[in-house]
Design a protein around this ligand. Structure first.
Ligand code: XUL
Length: 524
């Protein structure tokens, strides 16, 4: 068996990616279920999420359950022989928390393959919706956790991160305080990643160190829950969490539900699911310190591989464990990623080709026009309320607004990545918007380095599949594979956009103007 499956449970979709490493390693299958296409009416989601007001953004975990059944049914019905899969690993949108009652473990253990997962698991939640990374409602809880942990800096030192609104710990604290009854009915709290892995394994499985580091609860150096942080967050939290698992060690074999319903081999190994960004680190080949990548998705993230924990004192960046179980990753998350690009596209009634044409028709620097693209409250820089700012920019000029949003995103990524202290000598770019070469050109010029694009934009799912391959090789007694040789065949750039010296010069000068506008707006 030479095939490995990576599943990415992201905000807007669930994706399966199969690699075949038999002769010349390649991506054999990519298949996605877009939540809005199938579940908008039933679950009321928009872009995969529910806006509950007051900054609360949740998703229904039962929708993820249904999506997994649908995704695997599509793979089977499209003729893919799932019996040939040797192992599965996965990736989930980070930070989202899933609250399960005491019936969850037994229900997972006795799944009946003749009935759907959703039918059998509808009653396992002690909270029907899961707060996700887009939730910005936990500012008070963040400050309370920092205070209870001895201060902002001690929490940063211990967990690698100050308390962030979107992180799991503040979400858990908010639930324990606003619904103590619901919290007391909660037997187990998982992340999106560990929840989907639990479905496949047919039992509750632990959070891995990669995704665990996005909770404000993990001792980032020991890669174990930090008792001080658990205590600072919510009562009796330790008994609601399973011990953290290393990312590279298998958690067992696939549940008979999936073997019988979809034809998986009963010996198919399940490896821990990790966060989408930690998986993208692997999927983009960032397995040695110093390399930098950019993911242009619902949120945009800029990240780098580091061999030791280096933190952002200003609280702008996050640090996670790499799921290689060796390195760390630094990450900056800009919430207004495709959210902002789509808002501009829709405001001017454009399609993506017209959007790209607008970039071709306008010069680098946009004639001095600037935008701060806070269509939603922003994570970096910290902007608690939405509000788009325009300077020397005519709101009626579609082309200039298209260029302004992309230049703002690229300039912001350069401005706010200085703390990583990683020289950006090349950018590996992924995510849906990386298909647009004009967007890549702006990033190449702003950072003054080549931007590479790869065969797939599903780097998180690819990273998961590579983790499954690497993990199996490590446990089978065959020659263990190093990370560089695992990722190399899948991370050869397909397109490279070189920076143009004139464009780069314009942006070096423009950065100061952008920084000053941002400073004035965020101070106000
Ligand atoms: C990272 C973050 C997002 C989510 C969704 O910290 O919040 O990138 O992982 O993809």
């Amino acid at each position: 068996m030479s095939k490995y499956l990576g599943i990415d449970a992201s905000t807007q979709s669930m994706t399966a990616l199969i690699i075949d490493v038999e002769e010349s390693p390649c991506i054999a299958v990519e298949e996605s279920v877009i939540f809005d296409d199938h579940f908008r009416d039933r679950y009321g989601v928009e872009n995969g999420a529910l806006d509950l007001g007051g900054g609360q953004v949740h998703s229904p975990p039962l929708m993820w359950v249904e999506a997994l059944d649908l995704l695997l049914a599509n793979l089977r019905d499209n003729g893919h022989d799932l019996a040939r899969l040797r192992a599965i690993a996965g990736s989930g949108q980070q930070h989202g928390t899933v609250y399960l009652n005491q019936s969850a473990g037994p229900a997972l253990a006795r799944l009946d393959p003749s009935r759907s997962l959703a039918d059998q698991l509808a009653g396992v939640f002690s909270r029907p919706t899961s707060p996700i990374w887009m939730d910005t409602s936990t500012t008070a809880e963040c400050r309370q956790i920092e205070a209870a942990a001895g201060g902002r800096l001690p929490l940063l030192k211990l967990t690698g991160n100050t308390a962030f609104e979107r992180f799991s710990g503040p979400q858990i604290r908010k639930f324990s305080q606003s619904d103590p009854e619901g919290y007391s009915r909660t037997d187990n709290i998982g992340l999106v990643s560990s929840f989907v892995a639990s479905l496949l394994a047919g039992r509750l499985v632990p959070v891995d160190a990669g995704d665990g580091s996005g909770t404000n609860l993990l001792d980032i150096r020991r890669r174990q829950w930090a008792p001080e942080a658990l205590q600072a967050t919510a009562p009796e939290l330790a008994r609601r969490l399973l011990p953290v698992t290393p990312s590279t060690r298998a958690i067992g074999e696939i549940s008979t539900y999936f073997a019988q319903r979809y034809g998986f081999s009963p010996t198919c190994r399940i490896f821990p699911f990790s966060g989408d960004n930690p998986c993208s680190l692997i999927g983009l080949g960032l397995v040695e310190p110093g390399s930098v990548a950019l993911s242009l998705g619902t949120s945009d993230t800029l990240f780098a591989c580091m061999d030791q924990v280096r933190v952002s004192d200003s609280g702008e960046g996050a640090v996670f464990c790499s799921p290689d179980d060796i390195n760390y990753m630094a990450l900056i998350c800009f919430l207004n990623g495709s959210l902002a690009r789509e808002a501009v596209r829709d405001q001017y009634g454009l399609d993506w080709e017209q959007f790209a044409q607008a970039l071709r028709d306008t010069p680098p620097g946009n004639g001095g026009a600037l935008m701060l693209p806070y269509f939603a409250a922003e994570i970096v820089p910290h902007v608690p309320q939405p509000g788009v700012v325009r300077q020397n920019l005519d709101a009626a000029d579609a082309n200039a607004n298209v260029r302004a949003v992309i230049e703002a995103q690229a300039l912001s990524s350069r401005l706010h990545s200085a703390w990583m202290d990683v020289p950006v000598t090349s950018l590996s770019v992924t995510g849906g918007a990386s298909a647009n070469e004009e967007i890549l050109r702006v990033y190449a010029n702003v950072h003054g380095c080549p931007a590479h694009r790869f065969q797939t934009t599903n780097s998180a799912a690819l990273g998961a599949a590579l983790r499954a391959w690497h993990g199996c090789a490590g446990e089978s007694g065959e020659k263990p594979m190093g990370w560089p040789e695992t990722v190399e065949p899948f991370t050869r750039p397909q397109t490279t956009i070189q920076p143009d010296p004139a464009g780069s010069g314009v942006y070096s000068r423009m950065l100061a103007a952008y920084e000053s506008l941002e400073r004035r707006a965020t101070a106000g």
